[in-house]
Design a protein around this ligand. Structure first.
Ligand SMILES: Cc1ncc(COP(=O)(O)O)c(C=O)c1O
Length: 391
């Protein structure tokens, strides 16, 4: 039996490989501490889980949901957007619910990419942008993100003939994996670029609420006229520690929202309604737990950043996202350094190359592990000098 090329071309999903290594070590009785996956260790707020308990008892929620989401959920998303970003959205035309942002991002490629088309994709970046493009038969033009540009895609460096051919522009700030953030000025340039080349600007804002030191990441839709070209992906996963429930939404240009809805309605039957009720509770209810979540990550960040610098890693203290993005010591590759940490200290970090070629020389650490494990890892690393890299 032959599988489709799109399956054969798939690289091994990064975290599957890491999970396999961890399982091997744990089977040998070793205690592995993982900074690998960005999956919050903090539980979903109790009032949100309570809403699910009640919603589960309602027979109306036992039936197929609508593909575009409960009107009440779309309304809650629009109201939250208005409060948070000051942007007005029509909940019926400019909001669609998603089974997590990942689902929407993957399906978005099917809306905009035909075989042979080109997508502008950040490197390093969240792998689903490129994989979705490949599934739709397109190819990615990788926009190199560089430290000297604050990890912002340099849109002026994209050759005009590539930009003219491109069908979408993907951006993601606060960024996975770099933790970089974008300003409204930058989004203004991105919107102008998208308009110049008549491209949908697809912005992944999954980490918009995880930010530190009082910083509030902007939305691309705050740029006047952005709604002409932009579709923005939001997720309840990190904001409300809801990765396990699978809930997000996309907002913006009604034509783009409608295209995503039409693709989705042919492939999935929407988010279970009881889970959308959790979303309504999370968006409309108290956000004290979100503030506490950000304080927790900030505390971890402030412990980890100086400790990693003492080990010889070079890194910025991120203003947002769950991630530390660190330059490995001279002479190491990303994979070599990650392997040395795992072999010698039973500590997992993600090699930057898992996010694209430009991630070479960096590792990513997710701060989604308990404070106790952060402290344990720091104790293990105290005074550690990575061995000379293998030649
Ligand atoms: C940049 C980025 N976008 C989207 C997602 C997926 O979000 P969700 O859990 O809503 O599918 C992730 C998850 O790690 C991510 O890093």
């Amino acid at each position: 039996m032959r599988l489709a090329k799109r399956v054969e071309q798939l690289p091994p999903y990064l975290f599957v490989e890491i999970a396999r290594k961890i399982a091997e070590k744990r089977a040998k009785g070793e205690e592995v501490i993982s900074f690998g996956i960005g999956d919050p260790d903090i539980p979903t707020p109790a009032h949100v889980v309570e809403r699910l308990r009640q919603a589960a008892l309602k027979p109306a929620n036992h039936r197929y949901p609508e593909s575009d989401g409960l009107p009440e959920f779309r309304r809650a998303a629009a109201q939250w957007f208005q409060r948070r970003f000051g942007v007005t959205l029509d909940p019926d035309k400019e909001v669609v619910s998603l089974i997590g942002a990942k689902e929407g991002i993957g399906h978005a490629a099917l809306c905009f990419i035909d075989p042979g088309d080109v997508a502008l994709v950040p490197d390093p970046g969240y792998p689903v942008f490129g994989i979705g493009t490949m599934f739709a038969g397109g190819t990615s033009y990788l926009m190199p993100l560089r430290e000297e540009n604050g990890w912002l895609a340099d849109l002026d460096a994209i050759p005009p003939e590539v930009a003219r051919k491109a069908k979408v522009l993907w951006l993601n700030y606060p960024s996975n994996p770099t933790g970089a953030v974008a300003t409204l000025d930058y989004y203004e340039k991105a919107v102008a670029f998208a308009k110049r080349y008549d491209l949908p600007l697809l912005h992944d804002a999954a980490y918009s609420e995880i930010a530190y030191d009082g910083f509030r990441p902007p939305s691309v839709l705050q740029v006047p006229g952005a709604k002409d070209v932009a579709l923005e992906f939001h997720s309840l996963s990190k904001t409300f520690n809801m990765t396990g429930w699978r809930l997000g939404f996309a907002v913006g240009n009604p034509q783009l929202v409608n295209a995503l809805f039409r693709v989705k309605s042919n492939l999935d039957s929407g988010v279970p309604q009881a889970i959308q009720e959790m979303g309504i509770e999370a968006l409309n209810g108290s956000h004290l737990s979100l503030e506490e979540t950000c304080r927790t990550y900030q505390r971890r960040r402030d412990k980890l950043v100086p400790a990693l610098r003492r080990l010889g890693l070079r890194l910025e203290s991120p203003r947002a996202s769950l991630y530390l993005w660190a330059r490995v010591p001279e002479g190491y590759t990303s994979a070599g350094f990650a392997a040395a940490l795992l072999d010698q200290k039973n500590i997992v970090v993600t090699p930057g190359t898992g996010f694209g070629k430009q991630g070479e020389g960096y590792v990513r650490l997710s701060m989604t592990l308990s404070d106790e494990n952060v402290d344990k890892a720091l104790a293990r690393l105290e005074g550690w000098k990575a061995p000379a890299p293998a030649r």
